[in-house]
Design a binder for this molecule. Structure first.
Ligand SMILES: [Zn+2]
Length: 124
């Protein structure tokens, strides 16, 4: 894979990331609007800690779960994985791959580019 190919794949991955964010944020936004109406009171338990759990932590957990799932699925779907160890090439691992041509976890060569003659060697 070349640096340009990796950059293009990451752009494809990022192009649809907003959908995962929107689907993940939907329950939080729904709660935000519903909490100001009387419709929600009939569905909430009497205990305040349970209400907080349902109104805040469950939608927040949903948001985190959806975004994590998109990271895992998107890295595979768009070919953003290290060919040696399968590490997702996102965030710091992506920067490492673009700048040095090697995997952050295993150090294997990710980018076959003459600009990175040391990629894949231990300690790189
Ligand atoms: Zn690797």
């Amino acid at each position: 894979m070349t640096r340009e190919e990796l950059t293009r794949r990451h752009a494809d991955y990022g192009r649809w990331r907003w959908i995962a964010g929107a689907v993940g944020a939907m329950p939080l936004l729904s709660v935000y609007f519903l909490v100001h109406t009387p419709y929600l009171k009939g569905f909430l338990p009497g205990a305040k800690f349970l209400a907080v759990l349902i109104l805040f932590f469950v939608p927040l957990g949903w948001l985190l779960a959806v975004t994590r799932l998109y990271e895992r699925w998107g890295a595979t779907r768009y070919g953003l994985r290290c060919p040696h160890c399968g590490e997702a090439l996102l965030g710091q691992a992506l920067r490492r791959a673009i700048n040095r041509g090697s995997c952050l976890r295993c150090g294997g060569e990710v980018i076959a580019d003459p600009a990175f003659p040391d990629a894949g060697r231990p300690g790189t």
